[in-house]
Design a protein around this ligand. Structure first.
Ligand code: 5AD
Ligand code: SF4
Length: 605
């Protein structure tokens, strides 16, 4: 229970005042991008980032909070992580100085914008967040130039931001290794060169808070730590950092929010993409025993539906072919508006609106993840209204375990029997051909061999098309870490995981073979050209190297379509009649075979 008390302390009880303050800051910052006279007025009237910062020269209990009046801000005194006695917003003294200077001459921009490289780890939600970060920074082209595209490299960047994942230990280790590599690369740049800024964003930043900053400056892996709800402050934090070459510099902002959804920010997506991730909500209220997400992403908030529908409409106009709605538990999406009259929008209402727009633009719709404990029947009914070309017949239903006892310990809110009943209801309503995918954890605390066998038997009973399978990794401050011993030896977890994976591989291959001979409408996602080696081989042998198209079925299976001259599609207008398929084309294919897990197809003209 201690955890709930603590999380309330961090982002519940103190929220109203803090949020007003951040709102004010955001308003000030947005307007500061305006003409110089307006900037000066705002600088005179409005709060400054220094109002939100804590000097490192004093202790970290909030007593050294800087404020315009010179008196400590009570608000900031309250932003203390009760466990670590740390404030959640802060910067080193040199950065605070730089920010004060920035206040004085904000109209002056750097001679050249700072080059920023963003690297993303983890789930689709992180990809979506990186697009939001990119959009926030791109709004200041005088200060920041984003390096992106296939040829971009962190080597040429002044600022490298790593958007991280904290869900298991392994991805965290990978991120730490990456940060060490990037930091080590700088040592070769020589002592005189200003050190490149390394920033940690996202879930790991939120989980570790200031821990990475506690190191001695020479050993510090990062200069900046920013949690998932604080991206609006990134430009100002970076502006403060880049203006000082002091090696002691650091800044952080890891305050979680009850309201932030970035609804008004249009994510900056890479050129050439045909699938767009659209975040419909943030955070999670579920507190599954193994999961760190409620701590790293905060409480659940739903984004205003109109902003989501507008974004989908824009994506359709821009030529996107597929949208994936994202949320930790999309089934609990719920937006309550008071204006112009009280109205509640639930996930089924939101999805219906999305499908209406997607249908007009020939876009596919997917969503992830719904929670098995509360799958609304109204959502399933939408599958009887919208064609598979709009609402894809593929649903992710994370089961985690096949044992009711383990599910109880995991606090998942359903039993094995209830899970099976849901699968039957989905297949009855959506159709027997619906593709189901799942997440499974092996070796959760106290899992017996018999309970593990129940997981294998549930997999065999349901016959998922795809599964994401993990060995349990204990996460600090989760319910499981507090209540249970992580008592399954690593080798047992891995052996069980191996059994789960081989069961799934067998089922996936069988389900793939059952698709041979069927016709599928697929979306071309990639054109694989012959690689250099193949090209060289073909020059020597005189034979043409065979490139291929890679496409995706409505059930989310990848199809490999070997290239052939005779495969053409109808393009728009007489000039493009009978052209070769391109990325973003829908084509009908006949499934001719299976290679391992991969479907092989041939275009049906
Ligand atoms: N250990 C292993 N797997 C986990 N997941 C979440 N937390 C953990 C953990 N501590 C898995 C769950 C979840 C998916 C996103 O990651 O299966 O559904
Ligand atoms: Fe984690 Fe459970 Fe929330 Fe999913 S529903 S993010 S597993 S707490």
């Amino acid at each position: 229970m201690q955890r709930f008390v603590q999380s309330q302390h961090v982002f519940g009880i103190w929220k109203p005042g803090l949020w007003c303050c951040l709102r004010e800051h955001a308003r000030w910052f947005a307007a500061a991008a305006g003409p110089p006279s307006q900037k000066r007025k705002l600088l005179a009237d409005g709060p400054t980032l220094a109002d939100f910062l804590v000097s490192t020269s004093g202790d970290h209990t909030g007593s050294s909070v800087l404020s315009k009046s010179g008196t400590p801000t009570r608000l900031l005194e309250r932003q203390i992580d009760s466990r670590r006695k740390r404030p959640t917003v802060g910067a080193s003294a040199s950065v605070v100085e730089a920010l004060r200077a920035l206040d004085a001459d904000l109209a002056e921009t750097p001679p050249a914008p700072y080059k920023v490289f963003i690297e993303t780890y983890g789930c689709a939600m992180n990809t979506s967040d990186s697009e939001i970060v990119a959009s926030i920074l791109a709004a200041r082209p005088d200060w920041f130039q984003l390096l992106n595209g296939p040829s971009a490299s962190p080597d040429e960047a002044d600022v490298v931001l790593i958007n991280s994942c904290a869900i298991r230990d392994k991805p965290e280790v990978r991120v730490l290794q990456r940060l060490s590599m990037l930091r080590a690369a700088e040592r070769g740049r020589g002592q005189r060169a200003p050190r490149r800024i390394l920033g940690l964003l996202g879930c790991m930043a939120e989980r570790l808070k200031t821990r990475l900053l506690d190191e001695m400056p020479s050993k510090r892996l990062v200069d900046l730590v920013v949690g998932p709800d604080s991206y609006r402050d990134l430009p100002l934090l970076l502006q403060g950092l880049v203006r000082t070459t002091d090696l002691q510099r650091f800044a952080y902002h890891v305050q979680l929010s009850l309201e932030e959804t970035y609804a008004d920010i249009a994510p900056l997506r890479d050129h050439g993409l045909i699938t767009a991730y659209v975040s419909i909500m943030r955070g999670c209220n579920n507190h599954c025993a193994f999961c760190v997400v409620p701590q790293t992403r905060g409480p659940e908030r739903s984004r205003e539906p109109a902003s989501i529908w507008n974004e989908i409409e824009s994506l359709g106009n821009e030529g996107f072919k597929e949208v994936v709605l994202l949320g930790q538990n999309v089934n609990s999406y719920c937006y309550q508006s008071d204006h112009p009259y009280p109205k509640v929008t639930k996930f089924a209402d939101l999805l219906e609106g999305v499908c209406e727009i997607a249908e007009r633009h020939s876009m596919r719709v997917r969503y992830t993840s719904p929670h098995p404990k509360d799958f609304p029947h109204e959502v399933l009914r939408l599958y009887t209204r919208y064609a598979p070309g709009t609402l894809c017949r593929q649903i992710h239903v994370p089961m985690q375990s096949g044992s009711s006892e383990v599910l109880r310990r995991m606090r998942r809110g359903y039993t094995r029997e209830e899970y099976l009943a849901l699968v039957a209801r989905i297949r009855d309503t959506v159709g027997a051909d619906v593709a189901l995918s799942t997440d499974i954890i092996s070796g959760f605390c106290g899992e017996t061999e018999a309970e593990h066998a129940e997981t294998i038997s549930l997999m065999e009973q349901v016959r998922f098309d795809q599964a994401f399978m993990f060995a349990y990794s204990e996460r600090e401050r989760t319910i499981a870490a507090r209540l249970y011993a992580d008592d399954i030896p690593k080798e047992v977890k891995l052996r069980r995981l191996g059994e789960i994976i081989s069961t799934q591989l067998k089922i996936s291959a069988e389900r793939a073979r059952a698709m041979v001979g069927t016709e599928q409408r697929v979306l071309v996602e990639e054109v694989v050209h012959a690689n250099e080696r193949q090209r060289l081989d073909s020059e020597i042998s005189g034979k043409q190297a065979t490139p291929a198209w890679i496409a995706r079925t409505e059930s989310n299976r990848r199809v490999w379509i070997p290239f052939s001259e005779k495969h053409t599609v109808e393009g728009p207008g007489p000039m493009h009649k009978h052209r070769q398929p391109c990325i973003g084309d829908y084509v009908e294919v006949s499934i001719t075979g299976v290679s391992g897990n991969r479907l092989i197809g041939e275009i049906v003209n």
